[in-house]
Design a protein around this ligand. Structure first.
Ligand SMILES: [Zn+2]
Ligand SMILES: [Zn+2]
Length: 419
Protein backbone atom coordinates (compact mmCIF):
# COMPACT_ATOMS: atom_id res chain seq x y z
CA UNK A 1 0.00 0.00 0.00
CA UNK A 2 1.22 3.45 -0.81
CA UNK A 3 1.71 5.77 2.12
CA UNK A 4 -0.30 8.94 2.09
CA UNK A 5 1.82 11.84 0.91
CA UNK A 6 3.56 9.86 -1.79
CA UNK A 7 1.81 11.98 -4.34
CA UNK A 8 2.99 12.38 -7.84
CA UNK A 9 3.42 15.65 -9.62
CA UNK A 10 1.73 16.23 -12.89
CA UNK A 11 3.54 19.49 -13.40
CA UNK A 12 6.34 21.61 -11.99
CA UNK A 13 7.09 25.32 -12.49
CA UNK A 14 8.67 25.95 -15.91
CA UNK A 15 11.88 27.28 -14.46
CA UNK A 16 14.58 27.83 -17.09
CA UNK A 17 18.14 26.63 -16.60
CA UNK A 18 20.50 29.61 -16.22
CA UNK A 19 23.06 30.33 -18.92
CA UNK A 20 21.91 27.66 -21.35
CA UNK A 21 24.21 27.36 -24.34
CA UNK A 22 27.11 29.12 -22.64
CA UNK A 23 30.25 27.96 -20.86
CA UNK A 24 28.74 29.28 -17.61
CA UNK A 25 25.61 27.12 -17.74
CA UNK A 26 24.03 26.23 -14.40
CA UNK A 27 24.48 22.60 -13.40
CA UNK A 28 21.37 20.48 -12.98
CA UNK A 29 22.07 19.83 -9.30
CA UNK A 30 21.87 23.58 -8.65
CA UNK A 31 18.64 23.63 -10.67
CA UNK A 32 17.19 20.78 -8.59
CA UNK A 33 17.92 22.72 -5.38
CA UNK A 34 16.05 25.74 -6.79
CA UNK A 35 13.13 23.68 -8.04
CA UNK A 36 12.84 21.84 -4.72
CA UNK A 37 12.56 25.21 -2.97
CA UNK A 38 9.54 26.15 -5.09
CA UNK A 39 7.84 23.01 -3.73
CA UNK A 40 8.88 23.68 -0.15
CA UNK A 41 10.92 20.48 -0.16
CA UNK A 42 14.46 19.61 0.70
CA UNK A 43 16.42 18.55 -2.38
CA UNK A 44 16.56 14.95 -1.12
CA UNK A 45 12.79 14.75 -0.57
CA UNK A 46 12.30 16.36 -3.97
CA UNK A 47 14.52 13.77 -5.69
CA UNK A 48 12.70 10.93 -3.92
CA UNK A 49 9.41 12.24 -5.26
CA UNK A 50 10.94 12.71 -8.69
CA UNK A 51 12.18 9.12 -8.75
CA UNK A 52 8.67 7.93 -7.88
CA UNK A 53 7.39 9.92 -10.86
CA UNK A 54 9.86 8.06 -13.08
CA UNK A 55 8.57 4.79 -11.64
CA UNK A 56 11.92 3.99 -10.06
CA UNK A 57 13.06 3.39 -6.53
CA UNK A 58 14.97 6.43 -5.21
CA UNK A 59 18.58 6.45 -6.36
CA UNK A 60 19.90 9.09 -4.03
CA UNK A 61 22.32 6.59 -2.55
CA UNK A 62 24.15 6.79 -5.87
CA UNK A 63 26.99 9.21 -5.93
CA UNK A 64 24.99 12.46 -6.03
CA UNK A 65 26.97 14.10 -8.80
CA UNK A 66 26.67 11.32 -11.37
CA UNK A 67 23.10 10.65 -10.22
CA UNK A 68 22.12 14.11 -11.44
CA UNK A 69 24.79 15.30 -13.87
CA UNK A 70 25.92 12.00 -15.31
CA UNK A 71 27.72 10.66 -17.20
CA UNK A 72 26.28 7.20 -16.85
CA UNK A 73 22.80 5.82 -17.39
CA UNK A 74 20.96 6.49 -14.17
CA UNK A 75 20.71 10.27 -14.27
CA UNK A 76 18.83 10.13 -17.56
CA UNK A 77 15.53 9.03 -15.99
CA UNK A 78 15.58 12.02 -13.69
CA UNK A 79 16.51 14.32 -16.54
CA UNK A 80 13.69 13.06 -18.73
CA UNK A 81 11.13 13.33 -15.92
CA UNK A 82 12.24 16.86 -15.04
CA UNK A 83 12.02 18.00 -18.67
CA UNK A 84 8.55 16.52 -18.97
CA UNK A 85 7.20 17.96 -15.73
CA UNK A 86 8.61 21.44 -16.32
CA UNK A 87 6.75 21.63 -19.60
CA UNK A 88 9.65 20.89 -21.88
CA UNK A 89 12.37 23.07 -20.38
CA UNK A 90 15.74 22.30 -21.98
CA UNK A 91 17.70 20.79 -19.11
CA UNK A 92 20.09 18.39 -20.82
CA UNK A 93 22.52 21.28 -21.24
CA UNK A 94 23.11 21.37 -17.49
CA UNK A 95 24.38 17.78 -17.52
CA UNK A 96 26.90 15.55 -19.30
CA UNK A 97 24.08 14.06 -21.37
CA UNK A 98 25.74 14.89 -24.71
CA UNK A 99 28.83 12.93 -23.67
CA UNK A 100 26.98 9.85 -22.39
CA UNK A 101 27.92 7.67 -25.34
CA UNK A 102 31.46 8.97 -25.52
CA UNK A 103 32.90 8.60 -22.03
CA UNK A 104 33.84 5.57 -20.03
CA UNK A 105 32.23 5.32 -16.64
CA UNK A 106 35.38 5.75 -14.67
CA UNK A 107 35.26 9.46 -13.96
CA UNK A 108 38.77 10.78 -13.96
CA UNK A 109 38.55 14.48 -14.67
CA UNK A 110 35.44 15.07 -12.58
CA UNK A 111 35.80 16.37 -9.07
CA UNK A 112 34.60 14.35 -6.08
CA UNK A 113 34.09 17.52 -4.06
CA UNK A 114 32.45 20.83 -4.91
CA UNK A 115 34.43 23.56 -6.61
CA UNK A 116 33.38 27.16 -7.11
CA UNK A 117 34.34 30.71 -8.00
CA UNK A 118 33.57 32.82 -4.95
CA UNK A 119 32.69 35.89 -7.05
CA UNK A 120 30.26 33.87 -9.18
CA UNK A 121 28.68 32.52 -5.99
CA UNK A 122 28.26 36.10 -4.76
CA UNK A 123 26.78 37.24 -8.11
CA UNK A 124 24.33 34.37 -8.20
CA UNK A 125 23.31 34.51 -4.54
CA UNK A 126 20.07 36.39 -5.19
CA UNK A 127 18.89 34.14 -8.02
CA UNK A 128 19.52 31.00 -5.97
CA UNK A 129 21.78 29.52 -8.65
CA UNK A 130 24.68 27.88 -6.85
CA UNK A 131 26.81 25.94 -9.32
CA UNK A 132 28.00 25.95 -12.89
CA UNK A 133 28.44 22.71 -14.81
CA UNK A 134 32.08 23.54 -15.60
CA UNK A 135 32.93 23.54 -11.88
CA UNK A 136 32.38 19.77 -11.83
CA UNK A 137 35.54 19.36 -13.90
CA UNK A 138 38.51 18.92 -11.61
CA UNK A 139 40.97 20.39 -14.13
CA UNK A 140 39.28 23.77 -14.50
CA UNK A 141 41.71 26.22 -12.90
CA UNK A 142 40.10 29.64 -13.15
CA UNK A 143 36.79 31.42 -13.74
CA UNK A 144 36.97 33.19 -17.10
CA UNK A 145 34.34 35.74 -16.08
CA UNK A 146 36.17 36.95 -12.98
CA UNK A 147 39.73 35.76 -13.57
CA UNK A 148 39.92 34.17 -10.14
CA UNK A 149 41.08 30.70 -9.19
CA UNK A 150 38.45 28.05 -8.68
CA UNK A 151 38.22 27.25 -4.97
CA UNK A 152 37.78 23.74 -3.62
CA UNK A 153 37.90 24.27 0.13
CA UNK A 154 36.45 26.69 2.68
CA UNK A 155 38.89 29.58 3.05
CA UNK A 156 38.06 29.89 6.75
CA UNK A 157 38.55 26.31 7.96
CA UNK A 158 39.97 24.51 4.91
CA UNK A 159 37.19 21.91 4.75
CA UNK A 160 36.33 20.40 1.37
CA UNK A 161 32.64 20.63 0.53
CA UNK A 162 31.16 17.26 -0.32
CA UNK A 163 29.15 16.97 -3.50
CA UNK A 164 25.93 16.36 -1.69
CA UNK A 165 22.49 17.30 -2.82
CA UNK A 166 21.20 17.42 0.73
CA UNK A 167 22.85 20.75 1.26
CA UNK A 168 20.24 23.32 0.31
CA UNK A 169 22.29 26.33 1.26
CA UNK A 170 25.35 26.14 -0.88
CA UNK A 171 26.83 29.46 0.14
CA UNK A 172 28.04 28.33 3.55
CA UNK A 173 30.66 25.85 4.69
CA UNK A 174 29.42 22.50 5.90
CA UNK A 175 32.04 22.29 8.61
CA UNK A 176 32.28 25.78 10.12
CA UNK A 177 29.18 27.55 8.77
CA UNK A 178 31.41 30.31 7.43
CA UNK A 179 30.53 31.91 4.10
CA UNK A 180 32.03 30.36 0.98
CA UNK A 181 31.87 33.78 -0.64
CA UNK A 182 35.31 34.73 0.59
CA UNK A 183 38.08 36.98 -0.66
CA UNK A 184 38.94 35.63 -4.12
CA UNK A 185 42.41 34.60 -5.25
CA UNK A 186 43.17 36.08 -8.67
CA UNK A 187 44.62 33.78 -11.30
CA UNK A 188 47.66 35.81 -12.29
CA UNK A 189 50.46 33.85 -13.86
CA UNK A 190 48.45 30.76 -14.65
CA UNK A 191 50.68 28.57 -16.84
CA UNK A 192 50.00 28.38 -20.57
CA UNK A 193 48.95 24.75 -20.35
CA UNK A 194 46.42 25.45 -17.60
CA UNK A 195 44.98 28.31 -19.67
CA UNK A 196 44.76 25.97 -22.65
CA UNK A 197 42.94 23.33 -20.61
CA UNK A 198 40.52 25.94 -19.24
CA UNK A 199 39.76 27.11 -22.76
CA UNK A 200 39.11 23.54 -23.90
CA UNK A 201 36.80 22.95 -20.95
CA UNK A 202 34.82 26.13 -21.66
CA UNK A 203 34.48 25.25 -25.31
CA UNK A 204 33.29 21.78 -24.40
CA UNK A 205 30.73 23.04 -21.87
CA UNK A 206 29.43 25.74 -24.23
CA UNK A 207 28.95 23.07 -26.87
CA UNK A 208 27.27 20.40 -24.77
CA UNK A 209 25.01 22.96 -23.07
CA UNK A 210 23.75 24.16 -26.45
CA UNK A 211 21.13 22.52 -28.62
CA UNK A 212 23.38 19.61 -29.52
CA UNK A 213 22.33 15.99 -29.79
CA UNK A 214 24.35 13.23 -28.14
CA UNK A 215 27.87 13.21 -29.48
CA UNK A 216 28.50 9.96 -31.37
CA UNK A 217 31.22 7.73 -29.87
CA UNK A 218 34.50 6.86 -31.54
CA UNK A 219 36.24 10.19 -32.17
CA UNK A 220 38.81 9.78 -29.41
CA UNK A 221 39.38 6.12 -30.23
CA UNK A 222 39.95 6.77 -33.94
CA UNK A 223 42.20 9.75 -33.31
CA UNK A 224 44.29 7.97 -30.70
CA UNK A 225 44.72 4.95 -32.98
CA UNK A 226 45.96 7.22 -35.76
CA UNK A 227 48.38 9.11 -33.51
CA UNK A 228 49.75 5.78 -32.27
CA UNK A 229 49.97 4.31 -35.77
CA UNK A 230 51.49 7.15 -37.72
CA UNK A 231 52.01 10.04 -35.35
CA UNK A 232 53.69 11.28 -32.25
CA UNK A 233 52.78 8.40 -29.96
CA UNK A 234 54.33 5.85 -32.29
CA UNK A 235 56.99 3.91 -30.39
CA UNK A 236 56.37 5.82 -27.17
CA UNK A 237 55.49 4.78 -23.69
CA UNK A 238 52.14 6.30 -22.94
CA UNK A 239 49.12 5.44 -20.88
CA UNK A 240 46.29 6.68 -23.05
CA UNK A 241 43.65 3.97 -22.76
CA UNK A 242 42.14 2.41 -25.84
CA UNK A 243 38.36 2.38 -25.88
CA UNK A 244 36.21 5.21 -24.55
CA UNK A 245 38.15 7.87 -22.60
CA UNK A 246 37.45 9.56 -19.31
CA UNK A 247 37.19 13.33 -19.36
CA UNK A 248 40.67 13.40 -17.84
CA UNK A 249 42.14 11.36 -20.71
CA UNK A 250 40.38 13.50 -23.29
CA UNK A 251 41.89 16.61 -21.73
CA UNK A 252 45.32 15.03 -21.62
CA UNK A 253 45.30 13.94 -25.26
CA UNK A 254 43.97 17.35 -26.22
CA UNK A 255 46.79 19.09 -24.34
CA UNK A 256 49.44 16.67 -25.60
CA UNK A 257 48.51 17.18 -29.25
CA UNK A 258 47.49 20.84 -28.77
CA UNK A 259 44.14 20.24 -30.40
CA UNK A 260 40.78 21.22 -28.88
CA UNK A 261 38.71 18.53 -27.17
CA UNK A 262 35.71 19.35 -29.30
CA UNK A 263 37.71 18.62 -32.45
CA UNK A 264 38.80 15.24 -31.09
CA UNK A 265 35.16 14.40 -30.38
CA UNK A 266 33.52 15.54 -33.58
CA UNK A 267 36.18 16.20 -36.23
CA UNK A 268 38.90 13.68 -35.54
CA UNK A 269 39.67 13.02 -39.22
CA UNK A 270 40.72 16.65 -39.75
CA UNK A 271 43.30 16.65 -36.96
CA UNK A 272 47.05 16.30 -37.38
CA UNK A 273 48.74 13.13 -36.16
CA UNK A 274 51.97 15.02 -35.43
CA UNK A 275 52.15 17.50 -32.62
CA UNK A 276 51.77 21.11 -33.71
CA UNK A 277 54.14 22.34 -31.05
CA UNK A 278 57.28 20.32 -30.62
CA UNK A 279 59.97 20.64 -27.98
CA UNK A 280 58.30 23.58 -26.40
CA UNK A 281 58.52 22.44 -22.82
CA UNK A 282 55.50 24.44 -21.72
CA UNK A 283 53.08 22.67 -24.00
CA UNK A 284 55.21 19.62 -24.69
CA UNK A 285 53.33 17.28 -22.45
CA UNK A 286 50.70 18.24 -19.97
CA UNK A 287 50.28 15.53 -17.42
CA UNK A 288 47.21 15.99 -15.32
CA UNK A 289 47.43 15.52 -11.61
CA UNK A 290 45.87 12.07 -11.77
CA UNK A 291 48.76 10.72 -13.75
CA UNK A 292 51.77 12.37 -12.26
CA UNK A 293 52.78 9.17 -10.43
CA UNK A 294 52.63 7.32 -13.67
CA UNK A 295 54.84 9.85 -15.41
CA UNK A 296 57.37 9.68 -12.63
CA UNK A 297 57.43 5.89 -12.94
CA UNK A 298 57.93 6.13 -16.71
CA UNK A 299 60.70 8.65 -16.17
CA UNK A 300 62.48 6.40 -13.68
CA UNK A 301 62.16 3.49 -16.05
CA UNK A 302 63.74 5.56 -18.81
CA UNK A 303 66.60 6.64 -16.53
CA UNK A 304 67.22 3.05 -15.40
CA UNK A 305 67.18 1.83 -18.99
CA UNK A 306 69.73 4.44 -20.09
CA UNK A 307 71.93 3.79 -17.06
CA UNK A 308 72.05 0.06 -17.88
CA UNK A 309 72.60 0.68 -21.57
CA UNK A 310 75.49 3.07 -20.86
CA UNK A 311 76.93 0.60 -18.32
CA UNK A 312 77.16 3.24 -15.62
CA UNK A 313 79.19 2.03 -12.69
CA UNK A 314 78.64 2.37 -9.82
CA UNK A 315 74.86 2.49 -10.11
CA UNK A 316 72.92 4.47 -7.52
CA UNK A 317 70.23 2.53 -5.66
CA UNK A 318 66.69 2.40 -6.98
CA UNK A 319 65.65 4.04 -3.71
CA UNK A 320 67.70 7.09 -4.63
CA UNK A 321 66.22 7.23 -8.15
CA UNK A 322 62.73 7.09 -6.64
CA UNK A 323 63.51 9.82 -4.13
CA UNK A 324 65.01 12.08 -6.77
CA UNK A 325 61.75 11.76 -8.68
CA UNK A 326 59.58 12.47 -5.68
CA UNK A 327 58.43 8.92 -4.97
CA UNK A 328 58.85 7.05 -1.73
CA UNK A 329 57.89 3.66 -3.10
CA UNK A 330 58.03 2.14 -6.52
CA UNK A 331 54.52 2.00 -8.04
CA UNK A 332 53.31 -1.33 -9.41
CA UNK A 333 53.65 -0.13 -12.99
CA UNK A 334 57.39 0.22 -12.32
CA UNK A 335 58.06 -2.93 -10.29
CA UNK A 336 56.40 -5.01 -13.00
CA UNK A 337 58.80 -3.70 -15.61
CA UNK A 338 61.64 -5.88 -16.85
CA UNK A 339 64.03 -2.94 -16.72
CA UNK A 340 63.28 -2.35 -13.06
CA UNK A 341 64.16 -5.94 -12.19
CA UNK A 342 67.31 -5.88 -14.30
CA UNK A 343 68.37 -2.68 -12.58
CA UNK A 344 67.85 -4.12 -9.09
CA UNK A 345 69.83 -7.25 -10.03
CA UNK A 346 72.66 -5.26 -11.52
CA UNK A 347 72.77 -2.95 -8.50
CA UNK A 348 73.08 -5.90 -6.13
CA UNK A 349 75.95 -7.60 -7.91
CA UNK A 350 78.10 -4.59 -8.62
CA UNK A 351 81.42 -4.85 -6.82
CA UNK A 352 81.90 -1.46 -5.31
CA UNK A 353 83.76 -0.90 -2.15
CA UNK A 354 80.96 0.49 -0.01
CA UNK A 355 77.74 -0.78 1.49
CA UNK A 356 74.37 0.33 0.20
CA UNK A 357 73.78 3.05 2.74
CA UNK A 358 77.19 4.65 2.31
CA UNK A 359 76.85 4.49 -1.42
CA UNK A 360 73.51 6.29 -1.27
CA UNK A 361 74.91 8.96 1.05
CA UNK A 362 77.90 9.45 -1.22
CA UNK A 363 75.71 9.88 -4.30
CA UNK A 364 73.47 12.27 -2.39
CA UNK A 365 76.45 14.41 -1.39
CA UNK A 366 77.68 14.55 -4.98
CA UNK A 367 74.25 15.46 -6.33
CA UNK A 368 73.87 18.13 -3.67
CA UNK A 369 77.25 19.64 -4.45
CA UNK A 370 77.05 19.57 -8.25
CA UNK A 371 73.43 20.77 -8.30
CA UNK A 372 74.51 24.13 -6.89
CA UNK A 373 74.67 27.00 -9.36
CA UNK A 374 78.37 27.62 -8.70
CA UNK A 375 79.39 24.06 -8.03
CA UNK A 376 82.78 23.35 -6.46
CA UNK A 377 85.77 22.40 -8.61
CA UNK A 378 86.43 18.74 -9.37
CA UNK A 379 89.66 18.79 -7.35
CA UNK A 380 87.86 20.14 -4.31
CA UNK A 381 85.04 17.64 -4.71
CA UNK A 382 87.38 14.64 -4.89
CA UNK A 383 89.49 15.76 -1.95
CA UNK A 384 86.53 16.74 0.23
CA UNK A 385 84.53 13.56 -0.41
CA UNK A 386 87.41 11.13 -0.15
CA UNK A 387 88.22 12.59 3.26
CA UNK A 388 84.60 12.64 4.40
CA UNK A 389 83.88 9.07 3.28
CA UNK A 390 87.39 7.64 3.71
CA UNK A 391 87.39 6.27 0.18
CA UNK A 392 90.26 6.53 -2.31
CA UNK A 393 90.16 9.44 -4.79
CA UNK A 394 89.93 6.94 -7.71
CA UNK A 395 86.68 5.54 -6.39
CA UNK A 396 85.32 9.01 -5.67
CA UNK A 397 86.07 9.97 -9.29
CA UNK A 398 84.06 6.97 -10.49
CA UNK A 399 81.11 8.06 -8.37
CA UNK A 400 81.28 11.62 -9.67
CA UNK A 401 81.38 10.35 -13.25
CA UNK A 402 78.32 8.19 -12.62
CA UNK A 403 76.47 11.06 -10.96
CA UNK A 404 77.18 13.48 -13.81
CA UNK A 405 76.07 10.90 -16.33
CA UNK A 406 72.87 10.37 -14.40
CA UNK A 407 72.16 14.09 -14.23
CA UNK A 408 72.41 14.21 -18.02
CA UNK A 409 69.99 11.27 -18.41
CA UNK A 410 67.64 12.83 -15.88
CA UNK A 411 67.53 16.03 -17.91
CA UNK A 412 66.65 14.09 -21.05
CA UNK A 413 64.00 12.08 -19.20
CA UNK A 414 62.65 15.25 -17.64
CA UNK A 415 61.72 16.75 -20.98
CA UNK A 416 60.13 13.50 -22.14
CA UNK A 417 58.12 12.92 -18.98
CA UNK A 418 57.53 16.20 -17.27
CA UNK A 419 56.08 15.97 -13.79
ZN1 LIG B 1 33.44 33.71 -11.45
ZN1 LIG C 1 34.64 26.22 6.80
Amino acid sequence: MRAAGLWQWTTLPPLPLEGLGTAGVESLDSYVVRLAATQGLTPVAFLDALDRCSGHPPIRNVYPRSGILGPGARFMDRLGTLERLTGGQLLKGGTFYALSDVLRRQHSGLSATRRWCSLCLADMEKSGVAARLSWALSELSACSVHGVLITDACLTCGAAQPYTIALANRQTCRACDGSLIAEPVYAHGLSKERQWIDKCIEELIAYISGPCPMIPPGGYERYLARVIREGDLNDMNHDFPSGPPSLGNLLRLSAYMSVPIMDILIRDEELPSKRLIIDDEETHLVPLRDDSRLYRALRIEMIAKEALRSKISPLPSMKLLLERNGLRQAPASLTESVIYRRYIRKYKVQGVNANGRERKALFESIFRLVDQPDGPSMTFLVKHLSEAYRVSPQIIRKYIKSALFLLAIECAAQSTYMA
